[in-house]
Ligand binder design. Sequence first.
Ligand SMILES: C[C@H](O)[C@H](O)[C@@H](O)C(=O)CO
Ligand SMILES: [Mn+2]
Length: 418
Amino acid sequence: MRQDIARNYEEAKKQYASHGIDVDQVLAELSDIKISIHCWQGDDVRGFLFRDQELSGGISVTGEYPGAARTPEELRADLTKAMSMIPGTHKVNLHAIYADTDESVDLDQLEPRHFQKWVDWAKEQGIGLDFNPTCFSHDKSKDGFTLSHPDPEIRQFWIDHCKASRRIGAYFGEQLGQTCVTNIWVPDGYKDVPVDRLAPRQRLKDALDEIFAEELNPAWNLDAVESKLFGIGSEAYVVGSHEFYMGYGMRNNKLICLDAGHFHPTEGIAGKLSSLALFTDGILLHVSRPMRWDSDHVVIMDDELLEIGRELVRNHLLHTTHIGLDFFDGSINRIAAWVIGTRNTIKALLRAKLEPTEKLKQAELEGDYTTRLALMEEFKSYPFGAVWDYYCEKMGVPVREEWLAEVKRYEQDVLLKR
Ligand SMILES: C[C@H](O)[C@H](O)[C@@H](O)C(=O)CO
Ligand SMILES: [Mn+2]
């Protein structure tokens, strides 16, 4: 342990202790939190099954930064590199198009064996895996509809894909001894104002009922459903809206996924957590950063991220919330994107844990809003940076921006040679 880091930590600890915060305990708890790191930042959501397919579904990646992973081996190497710069043991979130197989297999025919190399790698790394059916970037989703498609044959294809995905998720959970969250997001929607808003939702509901009919061990697989307000090409109407999935998730005991970029541009998700927590057994988050639209920018330490962290900590929701990341930026080094976004997410949770929550709640209860505001503001400049540095050093990962030199080295040695 470097002396300056240890000294600053001891000093910071005293300041937090004066407000009853046990920093050592906070760090012990922080190291138990798993963030689900999304594989698709590593290759601009291309995947390996259909390399010639354009990204569709109303999402988009911009940027031509060199070094995107072209094979599963490259993607795993990049993820391993990124995780070596992120404190803690986390999970990796796969989409179905990331199957690692020489077979030419379509989405409805996928089986656990097509992901065996990912499972073997996850075992080596001691991490868990999460999963997502890929209901986009495919010939059968070209007209923007999948699970709610009016053509029963196409609808069945996507139903079968989602069924296959749940079985793959359960396999991950069983093999790795960690529950896999399998999250369903479909892009289905209309560019212009529809006449019938009900029928597609009825079809989506029926499709989900069929997908979830098979009982799977919840210790291995938990299902989640992800809503969206609009996408490119589905500006007027999205079948799987927030209200739709709120209703579906609550009635059918599915995790409701809140993606930070899937609401009105000024609407945050932090304020929704306490409400959902009262009526559900758990929540899935897609921590993202929308800029004017669902642009999926790399997560930064902004007010929304801090507020998500505070809501999770203050309401004791960390043990039931699955925290996943969902951003993709092709204009910067993709490993740096993972490192920045994941470290920020962990750091926001640390900052929330370093607030005098009970004191603040007490002040609020007593109507002492002056103390509430004063403490909340003063704590914004308490020395959380010293605690973060100590945590990184203790966990054996680079302190502060030291990781950047490592990323640049990897870029020279590996990425630029691709
Ligand atoms: C890759 C997508 O971002 C992801 O599947 C989905 O979660 C989404 O957020 C679509 O906007
Ligand atoms: Mn998402």
